[in-house]
Design a binder for this molecule. Structure first.
Ligand code: SAH
Ligand code: SF4
Length: 425
């Protein structure tokens, strides 16, 4: 079955062509002579109608949040009837929604085959923005983008629709589980169950946007997005489409553990921002925690970063999970500076989030601060990711399916039934 949300606008227009032609032919008088010229002109007309309708349908679904064909009042009844049968609109069903004390919201969705995935909304408060100018830009953009929507008046700190937030980032999944087997990651421990379809990726964002004015998207939930490149790149096209979810290319970031050929391919297919999970300062160390490094070692990975078509004003983000006693020394920091020299980039230090399945420890705050300072003194932009949602296991590397069929031992089944801080509308 083809769901509407698995189609880019161009794909949708292709799907609509035969029915558009049929509807035009039906309107002809019975005695009209079917000359080749008439046929050609009908086809041209059908093509342009299909294109126009694809645009209308995208607007209804992605910008007006309508998921019922009958409400799309500017489409003909015949077309709506056809679409109901041939282009069902996919919805994710929400199994659990939990909000952490810092505002982070974690959602567990159930898919049609009963498997489950997670998405997280990470709010950034106004005061977390780096400069006043940035806050103003973010607010203006937010207001522009959501001017047609009702934004709640409430100033409630935990209300995602409150104007307290400068940025609401949706962290979405690309697979059920993950095959890459990184040693520090709970999703990695779960193993890969299956890829997500385009519609399952796009709909995570769509569902979240129906609940809150999402401003940024990061593919940092469950799964390795570049292992599911075909679906992820098409989903990105729909996210970026001005008639679709209309995100700017700077606001959509694909994060990868480093599948080198797929990085090149991503760059050829869509224009999105790139994040690399580096997590080590030499091959020996990185291979120990990230098996993918044995196939594509650091030098090859960084060459792919140098080749990646970044537009102006854009930088690659290097994520660096800090593991106590493994990659957190100042020698590591020194090697890191050398490695990324010359690549327009910033480093995001992520203190390891502990979970019951891992043998690693989080470095002390002091170690993390010294590491960051070392980088900054050498002109490397380095931020420390404030770990969000840790009390509901919604932080980096803490996501996985709890009801799914993927592997994982009893030891890892530590989803916490926490008191619900605030249920969504
Ligand atoms: N598979 C992709 C995207 C999902 S992982 C990737 O690896 O890039 C998102 C980020 O979470 C990665 O940078 C990863 O290194 C980090 N991460 C995984 N487990 C973590 C943990 N336990 N603590 C902190 N960060 C973790
Ligand atoms: Fe997969 Fe990313 Fe976790 Fe590695 S860090 S196992 S690539 S989700």
């Amino acid at each position: 079955m083809v769901f509407l949300q698995s189609l880019t606008k161009a794909d949708l227009s292709e799907q609509l062509f035969p029915i558009s032609l049929q509807l035009l032919e039906r309107k002809l008088r019975r005695d009209t002579e079917r000359t080749p010229e008439l046929q050609a002109s009908l086809e041209t007309k059908a093509r342009s109608q299909a294109k126009y309708r694809a645009k209308q349908i995208f607007h209804w679904v992605y910008q007006r949040y309508v998921t019922d064909w009958d409400q799309m009042s500017d489409l003909s009844k015949e077309l709506r009837e056809w679409a109901k049968v041939n282009l069902p609109i996919f919805r994710l069903s929400e199994r659990i929604a939990r909000q952490a004390s810092d505002g982070t919201y974690k959602f567990l969705w159930e898919l049609s085959d009963k498997k489950t995935i997670e998405s997280v909304i990470i709010p950034a408060a106004l005061q977390e923005k780096e400069s006043e100018e940035e806050v103003r830009d973010a607010l203006m953009e937010n207001n522009k983008r959501f001017s047609g929507r009702e934004i709640a008046e409430k100033k409630d700190f935990l209300d995602l629709n409150s104007d307290h937030w400068a940025r609401l980032t949706a962290c979405i999944s690309s697979q059920v589980g993950c095959a890459m087997g990184c040693k520090f990651c709970l999703t990695g421990i779960q193993g890969l169950d299956r890829h997500l379809g385009i519609h399952e990726i796009v709909t995570q964002v769509h569902e979240l946007r129906m609940r809150a004015p999402i401003t940024n998207i990061v593919f940092m939930g469950m799964g390795e997005p570049l292992h599911n490149l075909d679906h992820v790149s098409k989903a990105c096209q729909i996210l970026l489409d001005e008639d679709g979810l209309n995100f700017s290319k700077r606001k959509v970031t694909v994060s990868t553990s480093g599948i080198v050929p797929a990085i090149d391919e991503l760059g050829r297919r869509v224009d999105v921002s790139l994040a690399i999970s580096l997590n080590g300062s030499n091959d020996e160390q990185r291979s120990l925690v990230m098996p993918v490094n044995k196939r594509w070692p650091i030098a090859e990975l960084l060459d792919a970063c140098r080749r990646y078509p970044l537009g102006s004003h854009r930088r690659i983000t290097f994520e660096y999970v800090m593991l106590a006693g493994i990659n957190d020394s100042l020698e590591d920091a020194g090697r890191l500076v050398k490695l990324i020299r010359g690549i327009p980039s910033k480093v995001n230090l992520i203190p390891f989030n502990e979970h019951s399945g891992a043998e690693f420890k989080r470095p002390s705050d002091d170690t993390i601060r010294k590491f960051q300072k070392f980088l900054m003194e050498r002109k490397v932009v380095a931020t420390v990711r404030i770990s969000r949602g840790r009390d509901i296991l919604a932080a980096c590397g803490q996501l996985r399916s709890i009801f799914g069929t993927a592997r994982g031992t009893e030891k890892h089944k530590d989803w916490k039934e926490l008191p619900v801080v605030q249920e969504l509308i």
